[in-house]
Write a new protein. Structure first.
Length: 240
């Protein structure tokens, strides 16, 4: 196909990856190259923070991290959240490096306490729930493609159809597709709405606060069960 694809008479070169609004996606619709790029950029900035850390107190170092390093780790995170866990762990290790610099050589007395930072996964989950609420409840037009049909549960002993806040979770055999925004957040939304009542009456700020409190209540990293994976495991167990 080299030289045969044209736009306005100009041949289009074939590329292994394309960058859209600063997010790089390769020919297999993966974000591996993008994660490596932002990890390198953030790592270089952590090294720069190390060089000036001795001139700043803890609050100054934390402020510099939030302003100059963490935006690299979070830019358009909802688009590349389907990447493998090994890549997200790389970003977590960069934040840990930065926090070790922040906590190193603390003065013996601090005038004001500094609140601890939330994990990157925590912040991604809260942002994803807020965006899904805008699409599912508020009906924001440009997020209409993210809307999912509600789950309709029919009781066997009655003729009443119960419609709650839960949504249908899209099914797929590909593990990467199950980690995408709609697949992961649909499962997380069903757990979140079961724990937080009156979600339909909340505004964006209320949902953000509720999602933050709910996510903080999870002391361990949130793992969402993928039904197809469990079914496959059960079939292998029965076969053995």
């Amino acid at each position: 196909m080299e030289g045969r694809l044209r736009f306005g008479g100009v041949p289009l070169p074939l590329q292994e990856a394309v960058k859209v609004l600063g997010v790089e996606v390769d020919r297999e619709l993966r974000f591996d190259g993008h994660i490596k790029y932002i990890a390198n950029k953030a790592s270089h900035r952590v090294s720069a923070l190390r060089r000036v850390a001795s001139f700043l107190d803890r609050r100054g170092k934390l402020l510099l991290y939030k302003a100059q390093i963490r935006p690299y780790l979070e830019y358009a995170a909802l688009s590349w959240m389907s990447c493998a866990a090994s890549h997200t762990r790389r970003l977590v290790s960069i934040q840990r490096r930065a926090l070790r610099l922040v906590d190193a050589a603390d003065p013996p007395v601090q005038l004001e306490p500094v609140s601890p930072l939330d994990s990157l996964e925590h912040r991604r989950d809260v942002a994803a729930l807020v965006v899904f609420h805008k699409a599912q409840v508020q009906g924001v037009p440009h997020l209409a493609v993210l809307r999912q049909p509600p789950t309709i549960a029919t009781r066997s002993t009655r003729t009443v159809i119960t419609i709650g806040d839960a949504v249908e979770v899209p099914r797929s055999r590909a593990s990467q597709h199950q980690r995408t925004f709609v697949g992961r957040v649909s499962r997380m939304w069903n757990i979140f709405t079961a724990a937080v009542p009156h979600i339909q009456e909340m505004n964006t700020q209320s949902v953000k606060l509720a999602a933050n409190r709910w996510r903080l209540s999870k002391t361990t990293p949130l793992t969402l069960v993928i039904p197809n994976t469990l079914v496959k495991q059960k079939q292998l167990t029965r076969g053995s």
